[in-house]
Design a protein around this ligand. Sequence first.
Ligand SMILES: [Zn+2]
Length: 305
Amino acid sequence: MYKYYHKRYKQRITRDTVIALFVAIFFIFIALVTIQTQKAQITVLALIILIFAIVYYYLVYEPLSIWKKVLNTPFPDSWRKILNENVKFYTTLPEDEKDYFEKRIQYFLETKKITGVDTEIDDKIKIFIAVSAILPVFAFPDFEYDNINEILVYPNSFDEEYNTGDREKILGMVGNGAMNRMMILSKPDILNAFSGKRTVHNVALHEFVHLIDKEDGAIDGIPEILIDKAFVLPWMRELKIAESKIKRHKSDIDPYALTNNSEFLAVASEYFFMSPVKFKKKHPELYKYFSKIYRRKLKSDKSNY
Ligand SMILES: [Zn+2]
């Protein structure tokens, strides 16, 4: 596992190494010029230009050039077929929003690497992961999961040591330490969420909600990046009410949600997106909060989003 990770990591740093090399050469050149001319201002000026150039490259040029590419690349018909056959959310969208949803998927797949570890991955898996990532942030055009680079797909669920097997209990996780900026997902559990069976589970969406939660620096069940400060307290109050219902066995939300506030947010969000009609019926108050957080409402009590 770590050997594999190391290989990936090496590939990823190649580009940054080249840039760092250029920066070093640039500095040697500027230092020589400064020594020759005896003018320290040149070094300061060069430093300012360099900082601007780096910021511009990473924050403006790179993201914009990817969007340009995405906008100029038609969405493949085979991908559209996968969406039409498996993703109910997509099929109920108006035409213009369908287009936009497709572009968000393309952008996601253009910027994140999806890799199978000891397992084959196809377009279907890639699309399902991208859909799960985009669903919670569809109303937030600027949200791009900057805190992740790669998603590893395992052939099955796994344990803390990354051993896979039918009986292992972890279905997905956001990596830290050596696995920082990575997500691991179990392949059968990604597929299950889109199998057509009524389900309230979607492990990929669950992990992406953790990333949204993490964006403000704290994984605490409060996605401050999506909500106003004034909304935090009422949300925490509603979350506690919902948790106490689970404790009293008066709720059909998976009790795993009781682990902590962050798990509550992730587990209940899965339910909200996977079975919205049922969620609204069984948890009307919570539904109001979630539709506010994710800016998504049911069009009618029978249809999907
Ligand atoms: Zn979780």
